[in-house]
Structures are given as C-alpha cells and as structure tokens.
Design a protein around this ligand. Structure first.
Ligand code: UT7
Length: 324
C-alpha cells in the first residue's frame, strides 16, 4: 500500500509583474535579474486573492483531477509563511471556503520546505490510517511580506498556490520516502519578524517590519550544498539510483542554484523541471505549482520516479521520492 498523489492543482494570481515593472520602482535592471536569478516575471495577488483564496482555488483544481469531493477530505495541511491572518490558520479558511466539512485543518511553517515537510506528514497519517484522504497545499502571498524598497529581495518573490490530494492505493505507487533537516542556528540568514509585541518586556528595541530579510549570497551557498546532501542521503536510504529518477521537481528559488545542483549531481538538465522564470520564488508553493505544471504537461508518466527537494528559512531543507 502506498500514499499516492491522486490529483494536482495550482492557482496563480492574475496580475503579472515583469522585471521592467520593477525597474520603475527600484534601482535594478531586467538584465541583472535575469542573469542572477533567471526570473522574468512573477504573479502578484490583488483583491480577492488572499493566501487562503489562492490555496482554495488550487485545492479545488486538485480535487477535480482526483475525482474526490471536498466533503470526503479528512485533513487539510497548508504550508505557508504568509497567511493573511495569524489565527485562524490558512487551512481553516480553506476548509470553510471549499466546504470540507469533516476535515480538521492546520498550517505548518517550514518556509520554502513547507510542502515537502507536509507531504511527509500526510504520508505518515495515511500509512497509519489508509482510509484517510488528505489535501496538502503550499500557498503564499509573499508580496504582502516583501520590503519593496529592498532590491536584494523584492525581485525574487512571487505569489501563488499549489495543491495535491493524497490517498492510499494498492501496489508500489506513492511516496517512497523522505529526508528532512533543520538548523535553527542559521536563522538570521533568512528570516521574517512578526508584528511588534504587545508585552513591553518582550518588545524588540526597533520593529524591523514584517517582511523577509535575506543574506542572499550566504543562503545560495547553503542551499546548493544542503539540497545535494539531502538528495544523496534519501537515495541511499531508499536504495534508489539517481539514474532511476525520471524528473526532479525542486524548490524554484534561483535558476543558478538549480544549475549548480545539476552540475554537482551530474544529472541531465532535461531531468530538472524549472518554471522560476515565470513565477519567481513562491516559497512553500513553488514545488506543488511546478508539480502540477509538470503533471499537466505530461512530463510525468505512471510509474515514473519523481524527486522533490527544497531549501528555505530555518534553515529547513529536505527531499522526497514519489513513484507516480
Ligand atoms: O527560497 C529559499 C531561499 N532563498 C534562496 O535560495 C535565494 C538564494 N540567493 C540568491 O538567489 C542570490 O544570492 C540573489 C539572487 C539573492 C542575489 O544574487 P547574487 O549573485 O548572490 O548577488 P549579491 O547579493 O552577491 O549582489 C551582487 C551585487 C551587489 O553589488 P556590489 O556590492 O557587488 O556592488 C548588490 O548590491 O548586485 C547588487 N544587487 C543588485 N543589482 C541590481 C543586489 N540586488 C540587485 C538588484 N539589481 N535587484
């Protein structure tokens, strides 16, 4: 019995922001952004495109593909760092929005690794109780958590959501395994504060603002090394050869990070799915958006082994293997 992906879905906001649009608001250039990141455009949410609404639309699309009704979902897990409210969770808003009346729902925060973490969690629920149907969603409105005056970060991020429906199936289809890692010692290289504390004793001396702060060059170095190590550890754990992997669907942070990964692992570039040029870095949403795009473009066939890998704030990183 395996935990299979029964359907995938994604939703991207309507408004597309180009590098030329960014040239008008900060000191940057299309040439710099494309050379350093590979990004050309990103989607930016507007009215009616709050994080939970992006998540709900991605979920509905995944449910349709799976042929599963919202009322049959037992659990909704949303990976996000940019919910429109701190409480209730984004997942509770999704539950309400799609009418998943019997589901319990909660969010997890593992930054850009959130989807891989949530997938592993859902796999373990289903292994313990094969009757369960679970929605795992990665959803972000990072435009609401970006310092639009900081050219080091605002050119990178985008909004969007991706979702998968998981359920038990007979045979060898499904999640093969995962390896997850964290290192809180490195938190300061990539972080985001909450709003100032109401308790004066716990007040920060100066509120830095609720937006992403990143030491890009340092994060870059760790990201390449950590994802490579997670992939090799997972392949070893599951006794799967790299050659047996049909498609790698990585977290979409920067095309240069992905090129370096390809070089270090010695895999064919055609085996790595990349769409960062269109959507930028959508944090926890990037892998499920890419997975849905690859799936709908028939880049993944039944029986294929798909490898996911991620790196993000925390630091958090990991990899997962799925037999489609
Ligand atoms: O999602 C998971 C975690 N995030 C990541 O994985 C992101 C990892 N990091 C990166 O993708 C890259 O480090 C960035 C794209 C953020 C930056 O690229 P970089 O090649 O590491 O550039 P840098 O930060 O070393 O900056 C190089 C130069 C600097 O100028 P000086 O000091 O050399 O004169 C920056 O001030 O580029 C300048 N710069 C810019 N110039 C034009 C930084 N941002 C911009 C910009 N436009 N937007």
């Amino acid at each position: 019995m395996g935990t299979a992906i029964l359907g995938t879905g994604a939703y991207l906001p309507e408004r597309v922001m180009t590098n030329q649009d960014l040239e008008k608001i900060i000191d940057t250039s299309d040439e710099w952004i494309q050379t350093r990141t590979g990004i050309r455009t990103r989607c930016i949410g507007g009215k009616g495109e709050e994080t939970y609404l992006l998540a709900a639309r991605a979920a509905v699309s995944a449910l349709e593909m799976a042929g599963v009704s919202a009322v049959d979902i037992d659990l909704i897990v949303v990976a996000t760092i940019s919910s429109h409210m701190l409480m209730p969770s984004c997942a509770c808003f999704v539950q309400k929005e799609i009418g998943a009346s019997k589901a319990f729902a909660y969010d997890i925060n593992a930054a850009c690794s959130g989807f891989v973490y949530a997938l592993d969690l859902a796999d373990k629920y289903i292994q313990a109780d094969p009757g369960k149907k679970i929605l795992v969603i990665g959803a972000e409105a990072l435009s609401s958590r970006t310092n639009w005056e900081d050219r080091n970060t605002c050119i990178i991020f985008g909004d969007g959501a991706g979702a998968v429906v998981l359920g038990a199936v007979e045979g060898d289809r499904g999640v093969i395994g995962a390896r997850l890692f964290s290192d809180g010692n490195l938190w300061s290289l990539l972080h985001m504060h909450t709003a100032p504390s109401c308790n004066p004793e716990l007040l920060q001396s100066a509120s830095p603002g609720v937006h992403i702060v990143m030491e890009g060059r340092e994060v870059f170095k760790y990201a390449v090394k950590a994802m490579e190590e997670a992939i090799l550890a997972l392949l070893e754990q599951e006794q799967v050869a790299l050659d047996a992997v049909s498609l790698v669907v990585p977290h979409q942070a920067n095309v240069r990070i992905l090129n370096k990964l390809v070089e270090r692992l010695g895999i064919g570039a055609e085996k790595v799915f990349i769409n960062v040029q269109k959507y930028g870095n959508t944090s926890a949403a990037s892998i499920p958006i890419a997975l849905d795009e690859a799936n709908r473009a028939s880049r993944i066939q039944a029986g294929d082994i798909v490898l996911l890998c991620s790196f993000g704030g925390g630091f958090t990183w990991g990899a997962a293997l799925i037999r489609w």
